[in-house]
Design a protein around this ligand. Structure first.
Ligand code: ZN
Length: 189
C-alpha cells in the first residue's frame, strides 16, 4: 500500500523510490511482525486479501451475517461483496469497515500532521467502499488532527478508483518522457 505525494504539482520521489510507503508506517506498537521487518504496519490491517481472510474466518466460525446470502460459497467472498453487505447493514461487514477506518485514520493522521496537505485521495481497492469508508475516515481523522489543519483538508475518492495504480505508473513514465529523462518510449504488444 503506497501513497503518491504531490507537492507543488510534482510527484515527490526519493532516489530509493520508497517515498510514500504509508502501508509500512506503524499503527499498532504491539502488532505482529510485517514482512518488511517492522511491527504493526498499517498494511497488515487494511490489505484487502487479509480483510477477506478475516471475513472468511468469521463466517466459518458461524458469525451471523447476510454475506452468506450474498455469497453462499464462503471461499468466494470478495471485497465488493463485503461492501455490498455493509451497505445492507450487515454487522460483520460494517465491523470490518470500522476496523479499516480505525487503522487507516491512525496512519493517515501521522502523514497528514507531517505534510499538512490540501486533500487526500483514496484510490485502488479501498476506494470502491466510497462514502462508507470516507465518512468514517473523516470523523476519525477530525478527532485526531489539529482542528485547524483538518478544516483546510479534504478526504475524497480518486476518480481513477481501481485504476489509480495504473494511471499513476503511466503518469510517471510520461513525466519522465516530457522532461527529457527518457529518450524514447517503445510500445510492444
Ligand atoms: Zn511493514
Amino acid at each position: 500500500m503506497g501513497a503518491g505525494i504531490i507537492i507543488n504539482g510534482q510527484l515527490y520521489r526519493r532516489q530509493s523510490g520508497f517515498a510514500g510507503e504509508i502501508g509500512h508506517t506503524t499503527v499498532d506498537l504491539s502488532g505482529e511482525k510485517c514482512p518488511c521487518g517492522n511491527y504493526g504496519c498499517l498494511e497488515l490491517y487494511v490489505s484487502i486479501p487479509r480483510i477477506i481472510e478475516q471475513v472468511k474466518t468469521a463466517l466459518l466460525a458461524e458469525t451471523k451475517s447476510i454475506l452468506r446470502n450474498i455469497c453462499p460459497d464462503i471461499n468466494r467472498v470478495t471485497w465488493p461483496m463485503i461492501i455490498k453487505g455493509a451497505l445492507q447493514g450487515d454487522g460483520l461487514a460494517l465491523n470490518i469497515i470500522d476496523k479499516i477506518s480505525f487503522y487507516l485514520s491512525t496512519g493517515l493522521t501521522n502523514i497528514l500532521n507531517t505534510f499538512d496537505p490540501q486533500a487526500v485521495f483514496l484510490g485502488n481497492e479501498l476506494s470502491i467502499a466510497g462514502s462508507l469508508l470516507v465518512d468514517r475516515l473523516k470523523a476519525k481523522v477530525s478527532q485526531r488532527m489539529f482542528a485547524e489543519n483538518f478544516r483546510k483538508m479534504d478526504i475524497r475518492i480518486s476518480k481513477f478508483a481501481r485504476e489509480s495504480p495504473v494511471v499513476g505508473a503511466a503518469a510517471i513514465v510520461l513525466e519522465k518522457f516530457y522532461t527529457g529523462q527518457l529518450n524514447s518510449m517503445v510500445f510492444k504488444q
